[in-house]
Design a protein around this ligand. Structure first.
Ligand code: PNS
Length: 166
């Protein structure tokens, strides 16, 4: 039987419950989801790629159908190397659309065999993003419940004001 594999790429700096929810929902359509953390030298990150991979592994360890990897270079090349032909991305508000549209068309231009499917972010997580999580946490605001427990704990090591947030 041919396994249906999809790659769910992103920065995941850090992973949120919205991301985890999206990966779980994508498993309705695919046998295996590879969460792929991109090395992006042009984007300053709070967590190293290794730290991000580690947190994602912990947050998804209960489901063996989800695996975690990192990649350098072109996403479509990584997708092909994994034996996949589908990229999964989440869509939140309208503001995501233009960027996602551009990326999808560029990826299609680069490799006609790879296509992108979108899932709407779960209603509960519509206003959650890694960026807003970092902003709140950096100022000492609790993001517990919006991110996996391991992320809540690791944020304490990054932000002095977050250290004592229960
Ligand atoms: O979570 P993000 O930051 O929106 O994810 C963006 C990501 C990692 C999916 C995108 O930057 C990407 O695919 N990077 C790999 C480089 C690449 O293939 N670029 C060409 C397609 S636009």
């Amino acid at each position: 039987m041919n396994e249906k594999i999809a790659v769910y790429p992103g920065s995941f700096d850090p992973i949120t419950n919205g991301h985890v929810n999206l990966a779980e929902r994508a498993l309705v359509f695919f046998d295996k989801i590879i969460i792929a953390v991109a090395y992006n030298p042009n984007k300053a990150a709070l967590f190293s790629v290794e730290e991000r991979v580690d947190m994602i592994q912990m947050a998804t360890k209960n489901d063996p159908r989800i695996t975690v990897a990192s990649f350098n270079g072109l996403l479509v090349e990584f997708v092909e190397k994994q034996g996949a032909s589908v990229i999964v991305r989440g869509l939140r508000a309208l503001s995501d659309f233009e960027y996602e549209f551009q990326m999808t068309l560029m990826n299609r231009k680069l490799n006609r065999k790879v296509d992108t499917v979108f899932l709407m972010t779960g209603f509960k997580w519509f206003y959650t993003s890694s960026k807003i999580i970092k902003e709140a946490a950096s100022l000492g605001g609790s993001v517990r419940g919006l991110v996996p427990e391991i992320v809540h704990q690791r944020l304490k090591e990054k932000y002095p004001l977050y250290r004592n947030v229960p």
